[in-house]
Structures are given as C-alpha cells and as structure tokens.
Design a protein around this ligand. Sequence first.
Ligand code: AMP
Length: 145
Amino acid sequence: MRISDVLRDKGGRVVTVAPDLPVQDLLTELAEQRIGAAVVSGDGTAVDGIVSERDIVRALAVRGAAVLAEPVSAIATTRVFTIGADADIAEVERLMTEHRFRHVPVVTDGRLTGIVSIGDVVKKRITELEVEANALTGYITGERA
Ligand code: AMP
C-alpha cells in the first residue's frame, strides 16, 4: 500500500502557516482545524518547517508564556523528513518509529501535496486487517464476505 492510497482517502489538504505567524495564532489554527501539527511554509507549497503541539509545550516549559508572542519560526523544526506519494506506507511507519514524530509531509516534485499522520496510518492498517480477516473468515466458512 502506498502513500497515494492514504491521500486518496483523506485528500491532499494540508494546513500551512507562515513563519512569521505568532505562536498564539498557531494555537488558534491547531484548535480550530483539530490537528496536532502544521507545515511551516512561506508560499504554501515549499516545506520550510513543521511545528507541532510538542514544540509549543517544550517552548512554554522553557520560556514561559512570552513564547506566545514569538513567531512560529522560533519554535518550529526546520530539518523536516518528507515522503513521496509513491513510497510504501511501511516507509512512513519506519520514519515515524525511528524519529519519534507523528506527522510526515508528502512532497511531489518539490511541492507539498499532502500530510500523513500516525492516525491516518493506523486507520489504514485497521481497514487492511479487517479486509484480511473477512477474507479469511469467508475462506474458512465457505461464505463470501
Ligand atoms: P509530532 O510527534 O509530530 O507532534 O512531533 C514531534 C517533534 O518532531 C516536534 O518537534 C516536531 O516539530 C517534529 N516533527 C514532526 N514531524 C516531523 C517531520 N516529518 N520531520 C522532522 N521533524 C518532525
């Protein structure tokens, strides 16, 4: 199963934020969109960074509430691991496990075309297991699922 299969189900919409957006506004964006991370992008298509709830928590713990007035670029991760749409879903699982993050932007020809979260991966795997279990049950009982 490929990343493009995941994007076919969930769509390619990605929430991006400008590097100079205040952290306070980032909080609003994450809350309103019900997401845990946003891609930092100056033009909406290039991946300049990624910022997640964890970056906010860490910065708050170290610098206190003053961080809310700082730009997103002050707390974002700039070395971003991305994945291509043709990659196998196992590759994104490996990246998430190895580097302990839960979001991977999808980049096609240098442009941001989607994002895969650990929730998307788990959902896809559960569907896959259900289909497999139904097929096996059908095979054993002689009934078609
Ligand atoms: P997350 O688990 O996605 O909330 O992110 C945990 C930490 O990893 C945060 O510091 C994020 O900025 C960072 N992070 C999240 N996704 C990526 C990624 N694809 N590449 C590099 N760092 C990331």
